[in-house]
Write a protein that binds this ligand. Structure first.
Ligand SMILES: OC[C@H]1O[C@H](O[C@H]2O[C@H](CO)[C@@H](O)[C@H](O)[C@H]2O)[C@H](O)[C@@H](O)[C@@H]1O
Ligand SMILES: [Ca+2]
Length: 588
């Protein structure tokens, strides 16, 4: 069959700030495509699907850990930083993946858990067996489990303490996550050296950057909560210096599940930059909260509390990922409300969060799935999508822990959803066969054949976003309205085009309510200016002479509107050109 996704192979454009406009896509190698039919996804399978990802409009892949691991924490328990899981392929397969992605203009970042290893890592084996040997001080050992008592337990479902007694060394070792994941001792310069070597090794394989997993927990200090310590920031400044000096254009993305004022510290400052990007953990749950509360307030407040970031930095925004939908960044009242709304069955909960995929969270409401994506794609930050959400994949809460939302990608209605030719019982996890999300009807092939599908809608959204630099690079300004269900904001950036520097101003308006609403916006600086819809180019009524504009929005409706040029209020070919969205051959 002809490949319906094949486009040209543009290669990578030179752009040191690529990540500030990029759309990222988190893809589990294990879960995407199984090329050799052994029941597990692999690098070759992912390579086969790169045309699809390019067609969708993805700019950069994020690959969660694929290193040698006993897989007791989805690969975040690394046994060997320098080797990959046998079932995924070889390092040369990985390099081929990077090269093939780059040929299609798609970058690749990987996940690097530096805070801890698996207890099967040889560093730990040697540390526990030979306290005076070269690895004796690689982990945090203690004769007592009463140190650092102000550090909270993160995996509250499974862990009772951050210390575990090791019967071999007859001491306790420190771990912020599972008890089979000992924390490395960052006070030991040899550990830092070893980890810098790991980072260099992977950057030498051609990756475009890495996600620094669980970064707030590197150091411990008595009398503190052992999170976000100054020593951690000093380590990150050194790491950034090494990356900038040796690998310009490659990025570090901080995974710091912390309050806005704490997360922002992970960007560093002009004198001492740290990470190029930080995930914006606080805004994510507020989007879900606002949707059920049907009020824009929580989003407006969180954006107001979000500090400015240094030039050249960017937020990473997301709706879902391989973890539970974490509720660490909301108040106790908000958390209780969200658990009631989104996790009525206790099986849907994990640690301080909810282990469900996006579509089931939103009761398979297409309008809500569209609305929350429209928010994600237009609020400040570079969006990180999660594989399968572009087709509204479901989950399986009967699986353990976060595996609920790590099931195989659904490609077609064939055996194993087209993910693998293996005997179904051999798959790493079963494909989703629930009534509503069964792979018979929720799959890429079916959605490709339907021009009104979520998949085509997503592709168009990414295409429109790409055409308007205001979304990636623009400033953000809230526009107050009386209607409490309406969120309105302006994204604005100076763009250089044939007519010289011109501001691109995009007005985004969302109705978070299930009921229609009319909202008046007052922007006197735009008095008399017209607007155009970004999708079809339809002219909208102009702002009045006093700068007032009344918009009506249907249930869960939204607009992305571009302010027309000040001089004429008429379309100019350069500033108002609309993106041409082409349907693939298969649906023409
Ligand atoms: O390796 C341990 C974990 O590291 C990341 O953890 C983060 O996920 C937690 C939720 O599962 C979250 O509560 C915590 O704040 C994060 O640091 C990684 O993403 C996990 O998959 C992994 O288990
Ligand atoms: Ca395989």
């Amino acid at each position: 069959m002809a490949n319906p996704f094949q486009l040209n192979a543009p290669g990578l454009a030179h752009d040191p700030h690529w990540y500030r406009k990029a759309v990222f896509y988190e893809v589990l190698v294990r879960g995407f495509a199984d090329a050799n039919g052994d029941g597990s996804g692999d690098f070759s399978g992912l390579i086969d699907k790169l045309d699809y990802l390019q067609w969708l409009g993805v700019d950069c892949l994020w690959l969660p850990p694929f290193f040698k691991s006993p897989l007791r924490d989805g690969g975040y328990d690394i046994a060997d930083y320098y080797n990959v899981l046998d079932e995924f392929g070889t390092i040369s397969d990985f390099k081929r993946l990077v090269a093939e992605a780059h040929a299609r203009g798609v970058r690749v970042i990987i996940d690097l858990p530096l805070n801890h290893t698996s207890d099967k890592h040889h560093w730990f084996e040697e540390s526990r067996n030979d306290p005076d040997g070269p690895y004796g001080d690689f982990y945090v050992w203690s004769d007592t489990d009463e140190k650092y008592e102000d550090a909270r337990i993160i995996f509250v479902d499974t862990e009772e303490s951050n210390w575990t007694f090791d019967p071999v060394r007859r001491q306790f070792f420190w771990h912020r996550f599972f008890s089979h994941q000992p924390d490395l001792n960052f006070e030991n310069p040899k550990v830092i050296e070893a980890l810098f070597d790991v980072v260099k090794f992977w950057l030498d394989q051609g990756i475009d950057g890495f996600r620094a997993d669980a970064i707030p927990y590197l150091f411990e200090e008595e009398g503190t909560n052992s999170e976000n310590l100054p020593q951690t920031h000093a380590f990150l400044k050194d790491l950034r210096t090494m990356v900038d000096e040796n690998y310009p254009g490659r990025i570090i993305v901080a995974e710091a599940n912390q309050l806005p004022e704490e997360v922002v510290e992970y960007f560093g400052d002009a004198e001492g930059p740290e990470c190029h990007m930080c995930f914006h953990f606080p805004i994510m749950p507020k989007l879900f909260y606002a949707l059920r509360d049907q009020k824009a307030g929580p989003i407006i407040d969180t954006m107001a509390e979000t500090p400015n970031i240094p030039a050249g930095a960017q937020w990473g925004t997301f709706l879902r990922n391989h973890d539970e939908l974490t509720l660490e960044m909301v108040t106790n009242e908000e958390r209780e409300a969200m658990l009631g709304w989104y996790a009525p069955d206790s099986r849907m909960r994990a640690n301080v969060g909810i282990r469900r995929r996006l579509s089931p969270l939103l009761d398979n409401s297409r309008a809500e799935v569209e609305l929350i994506h429209a928010l994600l794609l237009s609020l400040p930050g570079s969006p990180f999508l999660y594989y399968g959400d572009e087709i509204g994949m479901g989950d399986n809460i009967w699986l353990e822990d976060r595996d609920a939302s790590r099931t195989p990608m659904q490609w077609n209605p064939d055996r194993n959803a087209g993910f693998s030719t293996a005997d179904p019982g051999k798959l790493y996890l079963p494909v989703v066969q629930s009534l509503v999300y069964h792979y018979n009807h929720v799959n890429v092939e079916a959605q490709l054949a339907s021009s009104s599908s979520l998949l085509h809608w997503m592709r168009q959204m990414l295409a429109v976003r790409r055409t308007h630099p205001a979304f990636g690079l623009g400033s953000y300004r809230n526009v107050p309205t009386e209607a409490e269900s309406v969120l309105a904001f302006i994204r604005e950036v100076e763009v250089d085009n044939a007519e010289g520097e011109q501001p691109e101003v995009v007005l985004c308006v969302f109705n978070l309510s299930q009921h229609p609403v009319a909202a008046q916006l007052n922007l006197p600086e735009y008095a008399g200016r017209g607007l155009r819809d970004l999708f079809g180019g339809t002219p909208f009524p102009a702002f009045g002479d006093d700068g007032a504009l009344t918009l009506t929005l249907g249930s869960h409706d939204f607009y992305w509107l571009r302010l027309r040029s000040a001089s004429s209020n008429t379309a100019s070919p350069h500033t108002e050109a609309l993106p041409i969205i082409q349907a693939p051959e298969a649906v023409k």
